[in-house]
Design a protein around this ligand. Structure first.
Ligand code: AHG
Length: 338
C-alpha cells in the first residue's frame, strides 16, 4: 500500500467542490457535514450495540405500526438534534415521525433546504449484527424564505432532489453521496474519525450477476416479476455466467453491493400489499437518485421513481432498481407478462 497517498476527507472534498461554484453559499456543504457528524455518532452506537443496553425494541410503535428499535430512536434523535442546532436545514421529514419536524427559529426559517430521512434502515437486522444504514435526501424548499417550512416542501417529486446519500454501517462504515455532479463514496477511517474519499465517481455497471428479491413473497408477485425471477434462475448473465441471488433484507446493503458490482434489487407490490413495503420519500427516492446518477435505473414497474409526485409523507411504493441492462430485461418481462 502506498502510505504517502493523501486521502481527501469529506470536508476537504466539499470545500474543493465549493471552489467550482463561487456563487455557492456553503449551506449544502454545511448540511452534509452535519449529517456526516450525526452518522459518526450513530456509527459509534451501532458499533457498541452488543455492549450496552441499546439493542432491541423500545416498546413503542412508529407511524407505520412497526416496533421502534432503540437504535432507531437514537439515530432519529441524533440527526434531528444535530440538524436543529445547525444553521443549514429548515426542517426534517423522518420515517420515525408522524409529521414533519419544523425548525421554527429565525435562522432555520431562512435555510434553503429540507431533509427527508430513514434514520436507520434495516433495523429488523440490528439484533443479529447485519449491516444497516441511514438514508437521506435533500430538497430546496418551495415555500418563501423567512417562514417556517410546510408539508409541500417535503412532497416534491424526486427529480427536484438536490442531493441524496446513505451511510452503510457494515464491515466498514461508508457514506455514499450523490449530487448532479456525480456519486462519491467516503469510507470512515476510525483512526482519525473522518470520512475519506475511497470510491470517487461511482458508476453502476450496466450488467451484473446479482438479483435481490424476497423469495418468500414469490407466489404473491405479478406474472411479469415471477417471469423475470425465473429468467434469472435459468438464463446466463451478459458475461455468460449464472445469476446469483443475494438478499440481505437491508436494502442499503443490497443496493450498495449491486451499485458497485452490478445487479438488480426489487421490492415489488404483492397481492396483499400492492404498494409493497418501502417508503417513497425515505427509501425509494434517495436510492433512485443515487443509482440514477451512477448510470442505473429505478422504477415502480411502470414509471421512473423520480417522476412520482408524492401524495403523503409515509406512502409506500414498489421499487425495481439497479443496472440498466438488467432493468431493461426486467421491464421486458413486465411488459410481456403484466
Ligand atoms: P426495516 O427498516 O423495517 O427493517 O425494513 C427494511 C426494509 C429494507 O431495507 C429491506 O430491503 C426490506 O425492508 C426487507 O423487507 P422483507 O423482510 O419484507 O423482505
Amino acid at each position: 500500500m502506498n502510505q504517502s497517498r493523501k486521502l481527501m476527507t469529506l470536508d476537504e472534498f466539499t470545500i474543493q467542490e465549493l471552489r467550482n461554484f463561487p456563487q455557492a453559499t456553503g449551506e449544502l456543504s454545511g448540511l452534509l457535514r452535519s449529517i456526516g457528524l450525526a452518522c459518526k455518532r450513530i456509527n459509534a452506537e451501532v458499533n457498541r450495540a452488543g455492549l450496552v443496553d441499546i439493542l432491541g425494541a423500545l416498546g413503542t410503535e412508529n407511524v407505520q405500526g412497526e416496533e421502534v428499535q432503540k437504535l432507531d430512536d437514537f439515530a432519529n434523535k441524533a440527526l434531528i438534534d444535530l440538524l436543529n442546532h445547525s444553521i443549514y436545514c429548515a426542517g426534517v421529514g423522518s420515517e420515525e415521525n408522524d409529521d414533519i419536524v419544523v425548525f421554527d427559529d429565525p435562522i432555520s426559517n431562512n435555510s434553503k433546504y429540507v431533509l427527508l430521512m430513514d434514520p436507520l434502515d434495516g433495523s429488523g437486522n440490528i439484533d443479529v449484527n447485519v449491516s444497516i444504514g441511514t438514508i437521506f435526501s435533500i430538497f430546496k424548499r418551495i415555500s418563501p424564505l423567512g417562514q417556517p417550512v410546510t408539508l409541500d416542501d417535503f412532497l416534491q417529486p424526486g427529480h427536484r432532489m438536490v442531493a441524496a446519500g446513505y451511510v452503510i454501517y457494515g464491515s466498514s462504515t461508508m457514506l455514499v453521496y450523490a449530487t448532479r455532479r456525480g456519486v462519491n463514496g467516503f469510507t470512515l477511517d476510525p483512526s482519525v474519525g473522518e470520512f475519506c474519499l475511497s470510491h470517487p465517481n461511482m458508476k453502476c455497471p450496466p450488467h451484473g450477476r446479482f438479483y435481490s428479491a424476497n423469495y418468500g413473497n414469490f407466489g404473491k408477485y405479478s406474472p411479469g416479476v415471477q417471469a423475470y425471477l425465473k429468467r434469472c434462475e435459468t438464463k446466463t448473465t451478459a458475461e455468460g455466467g449464472p445469476y446469483t441471488e443475494r438478499y440481505i433484507g437491508s436494502m442499503v446493503a443490497d443496493i450498495h453491493r449491486n451499485l458497485i458490482k452490478g445487479g438488480i434489487f426489487m421490492y415489488p407490490g404483492t397481492t396483499d400489499r400492492p404498494q409493497g413495503k418501502l417508503r417513497l420519500l425515505y427509501e425509494c427516492n434517495p436510492l433512485a437518485f443515487i443509482v440514477h446518477l451512477a448510470g442505473g435505473i429505478a422504477t415502480n414497474g411502470s414509471i421512473p421513481i423520480l417522476d412520482i409526485k408524492p401524495v403523503t409523507l409515509h406512502q409506500r411504493m414498489p421499487l425495481f432498481i439497479g443496472s440498466c441492462g438488467m432493468m431493461d430485461e426486467l421491464m421486458q418481462c413486465i411488459r410481456a407478462e403484466g
